[in-house]
Design a protein around this ligand. Structure first.
Ligand code: SAM
Length: 267
């Protein structure tokens, strides 16, 4: 995690094939790091386009990770996570699914309510619901897929990627209590639960603008000890930029996890 106070802003490196964003000027000087960022953009483009690629890559990785976790974690939660992971398509690896479930279980003790922005088919939402049994879980999604990516993001994502119907997700999650669905693009405007405090927020919106809107809305509404966890911080330059820019004048820093996730613990 770069110290954005020492390195204000981020460094963007453009070339013919991809716009890649390094986390710090030091990143830009490392050719291996540049190759990694370019490879990540290519991989994400393939993911977003093809369900078969996702099944082959993320699906296989998830199975391997869950098998490894099964060697040392409690069997009950592992069985549950494996079941949920198999019920619907998800972009979560096994370790990421475990992290979300585990955070949900822990953050229940903080009080407040929970939210997710970026629901897709409902897999991560179900893990939060099962892990925490929160008093309220607010689920935000366009349910029409990604909104317009910005210029750089268009290289790996398109409007409409990851579309899932609200009716199908509602039916899938019908056995879960206390869910509140919000259909539409999340901008932080006119949010019905704006007067509430949150203990856990899961962000999985892929794009910089959406991630920034979420951080601006949820950060002041997090309880002390509340956690905002985001998917794709390590894969998607826009998500990383949103966190780094947003946190530049805040006391907290994003904790990058061994998965693609990062989390911020509200002080
Ligand atoms: C990668 S998918 C989420 C995957 C899901 N969390 C899972 O575990 O399977 C990204 C989702 O974010 C939604 N999305 C992206 N930007 C959004 C925004 N600004 N407002 C609402 N939904 C958004 C898309 O519709 C899509 O369903």
């Amino acid at each position: 995690m770069p110290d954005t106070k020492q390195n204000p802003g981020v460094t963007t490196i453009s070339d013919q094939r991809a716009t890649i964003t390094a986390a710090s000027p030091a990143d830009a000087a490392i050719p291996g790091r540049r190759r990694t960022h370019r490879a990540q953009a290519t991989v994400h483009r393939l993911f977003a386009k093809s369900r078969a690629v996702r099944r082959l890559t993320v699906g296989t990785l998830a199975q391997v990770e869950l098998a490894i976790l099964g060697g040392h974690k409690q069997p009950g939660p592992m069985k549950l996570i494996r079941k949920v992971r198999s019920e619907r398509e998800s972009l979560l690896s096994g370790n990421e699914a475990f992290m979300i479930y585990s955070l949900a279980r822990t953050q229940r003790a903080v009080g407040g309510i929970m939210a997710e922005v970026g629901v897709f088919q409902g897999c991560s939402a179900k893990l939060i619901s099962l892990g925490a049994r929160p008093d309220e879980l607010h689920l935000f999604d366009t349910f029409e897929g990604l909104p317009d990516p910005d210029h750089a993001e268009r290289k790996s994502m398109r409007r409409g990627h990851y579309a899932a119907s609200l009716e199908a997700v509602r039916a899938y999650l019908s056995d879960q209590p206390n869910l509140h669905f919000h259909k539409g693009m999340f901008t932080g405007e006119n949010v019905s639960c704006a007067d509430r405090k949150f203990s856990l927020v899961h962000l999985d919106v892929d794009l910089k603008e959406g991630t920034l809107s979420c951080l601006k809305f949820f950060y002041p509404r997090m309880l002390p000890g509340g956690v905002i966890v985001s998917h794709d911080y390590s894969y998607l330059a826009g998500v990383r930029e949103a966190f780094d820019e947003f946190l530049a004048d805040k006391p907290e820093r994003a904790v990058e996890l061994p998965t693609s996730q990062a989390m911020l613990i509200k002080g």
